[in-house]
Unconditional design. Structure first.
Length: 274
């Protein structure tokens, strides 16, 4: 089974994504299940993991409603307020839905660089760990150094680093990111998504520009803890869904079929318990 481990659906009539770039960005359009389903089918993908885009609990419920109506949405990673004293009650409600499989918060947008280690946030993450719910880490490179401390404080929490923590590929930023990613990879409860690379690369990027970052991730995580994500529709700022897959395929280089299938679905199925 092939699973695209990272998708967002956008309904601009329902939510105000104020951070979006102005028209004519391709993000200033509706991107809903009916638009994605034929793309996945043409490329022999069986399903997708739908990941939050905004910090609204209403969006989480909306994504779960979409998942109820579309079989190919295999899992939802929603948003919850990790600092909310009523977090346990909220999770009780969400976990009644069989496709609620994880939580994410846009740490990359927090003005406090150490937001992940706040006591109230740690309390919320411990609640996720107790329930066996994984956490998607939407980070930038400066946050990677916090991951070992986070794992020490919440040892039961399984985590996935989204988009390789967004290294500045277009600027050839590598050494510090590579060191901190290796330290995060030493933690067995941490996985990583090979996703979001094209939007961090220069506009005239080539697969060779991505390859050092992918090769490093393969070396430190191994194939068992890496998964592909197209980052659709955000990837459309640079490429189509299929071109995002091609960038991934070219950047991993020649691999055995079992390795490719692991990256294209096996890790995601295990991590999100699909």
């Amino acid at each position: 089974m092939r699973i695209d481990a990272h998708q967002h659906f956008w309904d601009l009539g329902r939510f105000d994504y104020a951070w979006m770039p102005p028209a004519p960005s391709p993000l200033r359009e509706d991107h809903l299940p009916e638009r994605l389903a034929p793309i996945l089918a043409r490329n022999r993908f069986d399903g997708t993991v739908l990941v939050q885009a905004n910090t609204l609990i209403e969006e989480t419920h909306w994504l779960l409603d979409l998942a109820s109506r579309h079989e190919f949405i295999r899992a939802v990673v929603g948003w919850v307020d990790l600092a909310d004293p009523r977090l346990g009650y909220t999770l009780d409600q969400l976990q009644r839905h069989p496709k609620f499989k994880g939580v994410r918060h846009p740490v990359q947008d927090e003005p406090d660089e150490r937001w992940l280690l706040r006591e109230d946030v740690i309390g919320g993450l411990r609640e996720l760990g107790r329930r066996g719910l994984p956490y998607d880490l939407l980070l930038r490179p400066q946050h990677l150094r916090l991951v070992p401390t986070l794992a020490e404080r919440v040892p039961a929490l399984r985590m996935a680093i989204d988009h390789l923590a967004k290294p500045r590929i277009g600027e050839r930023f590598f050494d510090d990111w590579a060191r901190d990613l290796e330290r995060a990879a030493a933690l067995r409860q941490v996985c990583c998504k090979l996703s979001g690379m094209v939007t961090e690369a220069a506009p005239d990027w080539k697969a060779a520009d991505l390859r050092p970052y992918v090769e490093h991730a393969l070396r430190v995580f191994g194939v068992q803890r890496l998964m592909f994500g197209s980052d659709w529709p955000v990837c459309r700022q640079r490429v189509s869904w299929k071109q995002s897959l091609a960038a991934f395929t070219q950047s991993i280089g020649a691999q055995a079929m079992e390795v490719r299938e692991r990256l294209l679905g096996g890790t995601a199925r295990e991590f999100y318990n699909i």
